[in-house]
Design a protein around this ligand. Structure first.
Ligand code: G3P
Ligand code: CA
Length: 326
């Protein structure tokens, strides 16, 4: 049985990042209050090997690292988290994401300006979400992405082992209903499943080959029947880019869809596409509700990553058509 038999899950992408700077504890609190089923943690390591919640292996797009440590960039001009101790990372302030030109990546979101919060460790964030679960009488899931596993290995660190250690420490390592582990690198997922023998559900993220992800895998192959057969041998689901499912609108207004969701669900794989943003709609989509209707009601995904968990939750409450109920 696929999870399409029940309501899809809403995954708060970097927290309620449409409203509050990504991966701050404030963004996670807001996502929790909005009723997200799962809250995402992207994880990288500090120089002393501590998992911290940060999307990039770099620090400059979301923190004041360049002002605080101006002489610590590498030759490529970037400030790598792995070059900073946890104490140094703790001293940084997080701001809304900026692009290479220093301007806000999403101009209508939270203002730039002095950051009010720091970078949480994975352990701190788990404590924080657990605390909210207790005070709000909920059971919210963690959806942890291991970023740059091959980069970390070259730097002398095993990010998979470090993340599992935190989950053991916090008592989440056996909570199969409450923790997903996700990665763009198939070799890391196989390592988690077959060598580290985690019982937690694993999600194979699918990028576009042109993005230069930290993996040797061929993402075009992963979307084929043979590729999905291979994924099903080590993972429990896939996390594709939404444009790998929604291909656009034809001239007559009809929607062009791939068969990726059906192919994956036929193999028992859950499908959790990314990233649904009300302020960055795909070509041909007029409003966020239309986009959610395509994915929840027409395609039948098992969940999705969104920067706007309140809007996805409201949509499911008001408009979700449970196709297996009749
Ligand atoms: O992990 C799902 C989605 O978050 C992947 O994209 O770049 O936001 O981590 P990214
Ligand atoms: Ca992610």
């Amino acid at each position: 049985m696929t999870t399409a038999a029940r309501s899809p899950i809403v995954i708060a992408h970097r927290g309620a990042s449409g409203y509050v700077p990504e991966h701050t504890l404030a963004a996670k609190a807001m996502a929790h209050a909005m009723g997200a089923d799962f809250i995402e943690q992207d994880v990288v390591l500090s120089r002393d090997g501590v998992p911290v919640v940060l999307h990039d292996i770099y620090l400059e797009s979301t923190t004041d690292v360049a002002a605080r440590f101006p002489d610590r960039a590498r030759q490529d001009g970037r400030y790598y988290a792995i070059d900073f101790t946890l104490a140094e990372i703790r001293s940084l302030r997080v701001h809304e994401r900026t692009g290479p030109d220093g301007a806000a990546a999403f101009p209508s979101r939270f203002p730039l300006g002095p950051g009010l919060q720091g970078v949480p460790t994975l352990a701190e964030e788990i404590d924080f979400i657990g605390g909210l679960d207790r005070s709000r009488n909920r059971r919210t899931g963690l959806y942890i992405e291991l970023k740059g596993p091959n980069f970390h290995r070259l730097e002398g660190h095993d990010i998979a082992v470090r993340v599992l250690e935190v989950l053991v420490e916090k008592g989440y390592d056996q909570r199969r209903d409450q923790v997903f582990l996700q990665c763009f690198d198939d070799a890391t997922l196989r390592y988690l499943r077959h060598t580290l023998r985690t019982p937690l559900p694993l999600i194979q993220l699918i990028a576009d080959n042109s993005w230069g992800e930290d993996s040797e895998v061929d993402y075009d192959f992963l979307q084929t029947p043979a590729g999905l057969d291979a994924v099903a041998a080590y993972a429990d689901g896939i996390g594709p880019w939404l444009m790998q499912i929604y291909r656009g609108k034809r001239a007559d207004g009809s929607i062009e869809l791939s068969d990726l969701v059906a192919l994956a669900q036929q193999r028992g794989l859950q499908v959790h596409p990314y990233t649904f943003r009300a302020d960055a709609l795909p070509a041909g989509i007029d409003n966020f509700g239309e986009l959610l209707d395509i994915f929840f009601n027409q395609v039948g995904v098992d969940g999705l990553f969104t920067d706007f968990p309140d809007l996805a939750r409201d949509f499911l409450l008001q408009h979700f058509v449970n196709r297996t109920a009749s």
